[in-house]
Structure formats: C-alpha cells, structure tokens
Design a protein around this ligand. Structure first.
Ligand SMILES: Cc1cc2nc3c(=O)[nH]c(=O)nc-3n(C[C@H](O)[C@H](O)[C@H](O)COP(=O)(O)O)c2cc1C
Length: 401
C-alpha cells in the first residue's frame, strides 16, 4: 500500500481489483451524479489563506466529540453491504479506524452483525439506522446497539424513497439481483476478489435476520419494504424519547431543518446528501455547511460528509465551522484495494495531508483554523431574501411539536 500516495490512487486500485458491479455500487450515485461530482468539486472553489512565519512545533490534529478524544477529525461514515467489497469488510474497517484513533459509524445494513462489529475492535462506535415502517424493529435495533456498546445513535432522514442509481440498474445490481451477462463475465475475471468471496459464507444483512426473512434475496426486498415515506419530525421526537445517549440526525441540507432538529433535541447535526446517492442536483454539502453552522449557532456540534478526499478538504470543513467530518467512498476504495491495510492507508494519507496543510498554513492545531483563513472563490448563491422567507415557511409547515 505504501506506493498509493493519494485517495485517488486507492480508488484506481479498487477499480482494477473489484468487479465492475461492486466498484459501481460503491462509486456510483443517483441520476446524472451531479451532486456526487459537485461534493468533490466544491472543495476546489475554497481557497486556504496561509499565515507565514508561524511555526507549528507540536501540531495537534486531535478533536473531542461526545467526550471521546480522537486522534484526527475524520470519522467513518456508515455504508451498507460492505462485505461485498472485502470478506468481513466491516471488521477490517473497525480495526483500521480504531488504530487510527477514529470513530466508526456502523450501518444497520452491515454485512456482519452489529454485535460482531462491536467486538472486533476497541475503538468507539456509533450505530446508524432509519425510522422504519415497523417501529418495533426500529426500537429493537436501537436497544441492541445500546447493549452492544454503541455510544451514539445516528438516524438517517434522507431516504423517503430509494435513489435511482443508473450504474446499478445497468449492471443488474438490484433487489432482486438481475445481473447482466457482461457483468457476470466481468466478475469471473476478477480472480482475487472471486476467490475471497467464494471462501466466505454468503453475505447478508444479519442485523435484520431475526425479524423477518433470512435469505439474502428476500431480505433485500423485505428491507426495501421497511422504508417509511411517512416519517416526520414527531417520529424523530418519539425516537429521541427512547434513546438516552447522543442522538445524531444524518442528512440535513437546509438550515431550517437544522433548527427543527435542535428543537427535537438532537445532540449533533450531520450535514449530508448521502454522497449524492439520493436526490441529484442537491448542492454540495460544503456549500450549505456555513449556513447550517450559522443556524445551529454553537448549540450542538455540526459534522459533515460528502466529497472529502484530501486532508485540506478536512481543514476547509473545520474552517467553515464543522467539529469533524466523515468519509465514505475513500475507505471503501481503500478496503477494495487492500482490505484492512488499504483502510489504514486511507487514514495515514489523510492524517499526513492534514498535518502538512496545518504546517503550511501556520496553524498549530485544528482549533486555530477559522473562517478568516479561507476564501470562497465562488460563493454558493442562496436565493435572494432566503432567510426571512424560509423561516416563516418552515414554521407554517409544522415544526417539531
Ligand atoms: C456504498 C455506500 C453505501 C451507503 N450506505 C449507507 C447506509 O447504509 N446508511 C446511510 O445513512 N448512508 C449510507 N451511505 C451514505 C454515506 O453514509 C455518506 O453519506 C456518503 O458516502 C458520504 O459521501 P462520500 O462517499 O463522498 O464520502 C452509503 C454510501 C455508499 C457509497
């Protein structure tokens, strides 16, 4: 892994090693993939303003969140079905994240059970789930997460319907699967991946096995049926009453929603557009971040994911007011390129790049970076009169109560 110098290098390796159907599942996004592209591109529109002659002898990349001190402000965002990338993929990610002093957010759609992942490394972990149609399953998963030692519950709110991902549709990576001949042949050619997959038990969604179906084919359909398009703020309020630990809302893109989330009593707001896998042509997360930070007004930490590929991207998020940020595809590419060693490499690269950016800018710790240290090449243009109009509309459409 030592001659992979950037996250882009690891992406290329993963692309060479994984079948197209698997690579596209992790790499792809909704519709024309405009939001996914913009998530990355928006960072190039933000310039860092370095300070000279300010030595940084003991540069500190550490951060604290929910009373845990992390070695770096980069967490692992939840991704489902990671076992398709590497056998027992979530355990490999958990070990690498723990060794890097990070936090892993485990998806309810993991391919190892949440209990097994919790046991696989000592590092802190959070559990991510939805508010499902079956509220009994919703509460039971949260109770299991608490019992297994997960510190925070992350509730994703940006999936009222599944996203339309053309790459998956074209490859036949659907529920139920409808693999094309060409993607089947391509799979046969990736010997390394094929050998590994053949040697592990069939992957599934073990967190859900006790509740409904057991086979991979019908559990996929059953899971899709669990998506509840009617979830609203009062449902989050209900879940808040049942979870006493830190509660994080994932999928916030609008400052009004950030305010409502705080009324409900969340402990952190996570700015996310699901990596562009849901509603295409949403703005980049880093474009909306400053307005959400403003709306939250220091009442709870704001965290963010989407398009973070470099240490300097991390620094830009922090300068715009995020407490820390999370990565998705980068660790999946690392995993696809080389399992645990690949994920470790992702953390090494980001930490090294972050430390270099801090040294170049004369910032001795991540806390020293502020809005004064960045320039936006092209400000994201919010609609004229946005604030006054949006606030009154948000109230009319029903607040948290
Ligand atoms: C393969 C894949 C699976 C994902 N599965 C989930 C999931 O189960 N739950 C969830 O809240 N978000 C899921 N996401 C979205 C990520 O948590 C995250 O918001 C996104 O990947 C961040 O963007 P990035 O990949 O550019 O870092 C998934 C993303 C990918 C790429």
């Amino acid at each position: 892994m030592n001659n992979a110098y950037s996250i882009a290098d690891l992406r290329s390796r993963a692309q060479r090693r994984l079948p197209r159907v698997v690579f596209d599942y992790i790499d792809g996004a909704a519709d024309q993939e405009i939001t996914a592209t913009q998530n990355v591109r928006a960072f190039a529109e933000i310039a860092l303003l370095p300070h000279m002659l300010r030595p940084t002898p003991d540069c500190d990349t550490g951060v604290e969140i929910f009373s845990d001190r992390l070695a770096m402000p980069v967490l692992v965002t939840p991704t489902g079905f990671t076992g398709i990338v590497w056998p027992r993929g979530e355990a490999a990610v958990a070990r690498a994240a723990s060794a890097a002093g990070s936090v892993m957010v485990v998806s309810a759609a993991s391919s190892l059970s949440m209990e097994e992942i919790a046991q696989s490394s000592p590092g802190p972990k959070w559990f991510q789930q939805f508010i499902y149609k079956d509220r009994g399953v919703t509460l039971d998963l949260a109770a299991r997460a608490e019992a297994a030692g997960y510190k925070a519950l992350v509730v994703t709110v940006d999936v009222p319907a599944p996203g339309k991902r053309f790459r998956d549709l074209r490859n036949g990576f659907t529920v139920p699967p409808s693999l094309t001949i060409s993607s089947g042949l391509d799979m046969m050619r990736r010997f390394g991946w094929l050998r590994q997959m053949a040697s592990q038990p069939r992957i599934s969604f073990p967190n859900f096995e006790g509740y409904g179906s057991s086979g991979l084919l019908d559990i996929g359909e059953w899971l899709n049926g669990l998506i509840d398009p009617t979830v609203q703020w009062r449902d989050l309020e209900w879940l808040r009453q049942h979870w006493s630990g830190p509660l994080v809302i994932k999928g916030i893109m609008h400052p009004d929603d950030a305010r409502l989330a705080i009324e409900v009593g969340v402990d952190a707001v996570m700015v996310s557009n699901h990596g562009g896998r849901q509603l295409d042509t949403e703005p980049a997360t880093v474009e909306v971040l400053p307005r959400i930070v403003e709306a939250v007004d220091d009442r709870v930490p704001v965290i963010v994911d989407g398009g973070i590929r470099r240490g300097s991207d991390v620094l830009k998020c922090l300068a715009l007011g995020a407490r820390c940020c999370l990565i998705g595809r980068p660790y999946l590419w690392g995993l696809g390129a080389g399992g645990e060693a690949g994920v470790t490499r992702v953390f090494d690269i980001l930490k090294d790049e972050l430390a270099r950016a801090l040294a170049h800018g004369g910032w001795n710790s991540i806390n020293q970076v502020s809005r004064r240290d960045i320039a936006l090449r092209q400000a994201f243009p919010w609609p004229a009169g946005f604030d006054s109009e949006a606030t009154s509309q948000g109230k009319q459409q029903g607040g948290a109560a």
